[in-house]
Design a protein around this ligand. Structure first.
Ligand SMILES: C[S@@+](CC[C@H](N)C(=O)[O-])C[C@H]1O[C@@H](n2cnc3c(N)ncnc32)[C@H](O)[C@@H]1O
Length: 263
């Protein structure tokens, strides 16, 4: 993968960083708050006292949560502006998180075998070189360590997806399309929950579609043993609070969680 692609990803996320940070910290990312992060925490083994690295830590809200769970944590991200936001939170409320500007898919410069766990939440589908990320994760882990990550489910969140509706406009299905189309594209969106504000520019998020076999084969060929996969649904309570979640409870999987061990 070219350095140019990584530079473009970094630049996009630098442009997203201020609005993203404000929106996340204002509670507008309801998918994270009510669905993806609680599901990930349920999936994650105990990390108390472990040396952990967070791949694609962004502005650090989740990273700080892992630190509060008792992990000794380092967050890395390719976006200097995201890292700056994360560092400012650490300075104003120190909890011992270390941040570093680095790509998760090339040599981070951190010593081999210096972590017990690699964690990543909703970030590995946003970088071009998943295979590179698995190699770096393997290099950084001690024998017996693990990687646990969440991504958009590659079989359902495909480039051409659309919702099927009945004659009354009720959503009755999810139509997957262009599953094998691995072309990069940039997705433009705002958090659905934020109040309408014309001055807010939508995020521009570079996406790198891949298939389920791309994911699993990259994990295995880096040397990991896949231990567990889950496709959690939003809870009934979350669906009652945010009715549009129900599509992801009844019709298709939004989230893929993977846990793999380093022998
Ligand atoms: C959707 S955000 C998620 C951030 C954070 N994990 C969270 O859950 O809030 C994706 C993050 O991945 C980062 N990213 C994309 N490609 C990366 C790479 N190659 N190395 C490190 N970070 C990367 C982006 O800069 C961005 O901060």
């Amino acid at each position: 993968m070219t350095d140019q692609t990584h530079l473009e990803v970094a630049e996009r996320w630098n442009q997203n960083a201020d609005q993203w940070t404000a929106d996340v910290r204002n509670g507008y990312d309801v998918y994270r708050d009510l669905f993806t992060f609680p599901a990930f925490l349920e999936f994650l083994p105990d990390i108390t006292g472990l040396d952990v690295i967070d791949f694609g830590c962004g502005e650090g809200t989740n990273t700080r949560y892992f630190a509060k769970m008792g992990a000794h944590i380092t967050g890395i991200d390719i976006s200097a502006d995201m890292i700056a936001h994360a560092q400012r939170a650490e300075i104003s409320g120190p909890i011992g998180v270390t941040y570093q500007l680095a790509s998760y898919s090339s040599e981070t410069g951190l010593p081999a075998g210096s972590f017990d766990a690699v964690i990543s939440t909703m970030a590995l589908m946003d970088g071009p070189d998943f295979q590179g990320a698995m190699h770096e994760a393997y290099r950084l882990l001690r024998p017996g360590g693990f990687i646990a990550f969440s991504v958009l489910h590659p079989c359902f969140i495909t480039p051409g997806l659309h919702w099927q509706k009945d004659e009354n406009g009720k959503t009755t299905g999810l139509c997957v399309a262009r599953y094998f189309d691995r072309s990069t594209f940039t997705e433009s969106w705002k958090f659905g929950n934020r109040p309408a504000d014309e001055s807010v520019v939508p995020f521009a998020v570079p996406r790198f579609p891949r298939t389920i076999s791309d994911y699993i084969n990259a994990i295995a060929s880096a040397g990991f043993r896949v231990a567990r996969i889950e496709e959690p649904q939003p809870t009934e309570d979350a669906c009652n609070e945010v009715p549009r979640f129900r599509r992801w409870r009844d019709l298709g999987a939004f989230l893929l969680l993977v846990m793999a061990e380093r022998p």
